[in-house]
Ligand binder design. Structure first.
Ligand code: ATP
Ligand code: MG
Ligand code: FE
Length: 349
């Protein structure tokens, strides 16, 4: 099926077009720079930016795909989770489009969309051979979630998630206290390249035996952020320079270690020899390298979609919509609402 996908859950306005598992267009407008001076995404600013960007992004996506609205089999839109005001812009636009064109509308889950990105093929092979069940680790500025995906359109289970900050948020906050600009992830990644990851032993949240009993698949990054802040303050109070590269490398190591350790543990515990990574933090060089190294050692097949499909985008929403259409699911109709806390088990709203 030919499906258009609209994504506005955070700061990316994404419109994608797919034909089944074939990617035809993936156009993204980001309001990231508008949030830079606040050190994080400002919901009101993001919603307003979506309103301005949506129509041009839609037009460009249809042009790039070489299709018209008339030809579509369905429209898919992210209805949650995410920022309420931001979601409402995409949901409103998608409903208007559905009414105007008479096309069936599918309201889908953003997190499951990240997993759905994996089915897309950007080459000439017409579609990736994705096998289930798979464990999926989604790490971004808003989420750190570990999922067991038994079937993309019918059976997704939340194994664990962050109990405080998301991993990307931790990167952004630590960058800020090191005096690096927003978004902090790429800045820390670059600074860490010349640092010593063993210079400082920062805590691995929820990894002690007692925590593992209760929170085996959950994450916590606020203690790590505080530990970095304290370490930096002590240096400054002592009048000593802060070794930014070593702090960045040691912090990055702690995040990568705990993310990969828990994801591989889930694979091993549940006997699932497949791991999919998604979300903007997957751009991190150390997260990728450690995941590759440990998955390889454990005999786990690791899948990392191209980065343009890992960060928030409309193509992944279109891909999930296309899977729902192909699976014979009825459309969502127009009665659904944006839901900022939509649980991952609600694949389609
Ligand atoms: P959502 O949580 O809804 O997916 P988001 O906009 O926060 O939304 P993404 O756009 O996927 O998510 O990712 C952005 C986050 O990824 C930011 O926190 C950013 O710092 C982080 N990030 C980007 N590149 C890197 C990197 N190389 N290393 C670590 N973190 C990174
Ligand atoms: Mg973003
Ligand atoms: Fe996302």
């Amino acid at each position: 099926p030919l499906v258009l996908g609209i994504e506005t859950s955070c700061d990316e306005t994404g419109v994608g077009v797919v034909r089944g598992t074939r990617l035809l267009a993936n156009v993204i407008a980001s309001s990231m720079e508008q949030h830079a001076r606040y050190g994080g995404v400002v919901p009101e600013v993001a919603a307003r930016a979506h309103l301005e960007a949506l129509t041009p992004t839609l037009t460009t996506a249809l042009d790039e795909a070489g299709v018209t609205l008339d030809e579509l089999d369905a429209i898919a839109v992210t209805s949650g989770p995410g920022l309420s005001g931001a979601l409402m812009v995409g949901v409103g636009a998608a409903k208007a489009l559905a009414v105007a064109t008479g096309k069936p509308l599918y309201a889908v889950n953003h997190l499951v969309g990240h997993v759905g990105a994996d089915v897309l093929s950007t080459g000439d092979d017409g579609g990736a051979e994705v096998e289930y069940p798979t464990i999926a680790l989604l790490v971004s500025g808003g989420h750190t979630s570990l999922l067991l995906v038994r079937d993309l359109i019918s059976d997704v289970e939340l194994l664990g998630e962050t109990i405080d900050d998301a991993a990307g948020e931790a990167f952004d906050k630590v960058a800020r206290l090191l005096g690096l600009p927003y978004p902090g992830g790429p800045q820390i990644d670059a600074a860490a390249a010349s640092g010593d990851p063993t210079a400082i032993r920062f805590p691995r949240g929820l990894s002690l035996p007692k925590d593992m009993a209760e929170h085996r698949y959950d994450f916590s990054f606020s203690g790590l952020k505080t530990a970095v802040a304290r370490w930096v303050e002590q240096r400054q109070d002592a009048g000593e320079p802060v070794p930014v590269a070593d702090v960045a490398a040691s912090f990055r190591e702690a995040v990568a270690d705990v993310l990969v350790t828990k994801a591989i543990a889930a694979c091993n515990d549940l006997g699932v020899p497949r791991l999919l990574l998604g979300g903007g933090v997957v751009a991190n060089a150390r997260v990728r390298a450690l995941a590759e190294q440990r998955a390889d050692a454990a005999g786990i097949a690791l899948r990392i979609p191209p980065l343009s499909l890992c960060t928030d985008n409309g193509a992944m929403i279109a891909a999930l919509g296309a899977q729902l259409v192909a699976g014979g699911r009825p459309p969502s109709g127009l009665g659904f609402a944006a839901d900022s806390t939509l649980p991952v088990t609600d694949i389609q709203a």
